[in-house]
Design a protein. Sequence first.
Length: 143
Amino acid sequence: MKVYTIGYEGATSADFVAALTTAGVERVIDVRALPLSRRPGFSKTPLAGALKEAGIDYVHLKALGTPKPGRDAAKKGDLATLRAVYDAQLELPEAQVAAAKMLALAAEMPSALVCYERDPCHCHRTLLLAAVGEGIEVVDLFV
């Protein structure tokens, strides 16, 4: 199975949707704990609307988001703390259920995990796929 990842840091909504469309993504799985953004077009409702207009399904899996201490660590570039916080998050029953749902959704159609960070090495979406995705081909998209 192939799973795409994409971060919207520095992107416009139009460029973001174009990158997904070009890659053939049919579903976006939002893995942000808080699907809010100061960037126009990237909060949950406007993002879902723009994706729907492009024929792309949108699903939000809150339990796969990073808790605040992990987000704070990521902002500081403290990847060790981000990893520790996120590893603990993934041990929660609700995160395990959401991870199983994410894998099932991604198996149905070409899907992309979305979060803020442009560089997947600085984002929990890479940690998520490493933790649950044995045998998954990961393709990082950049806007």
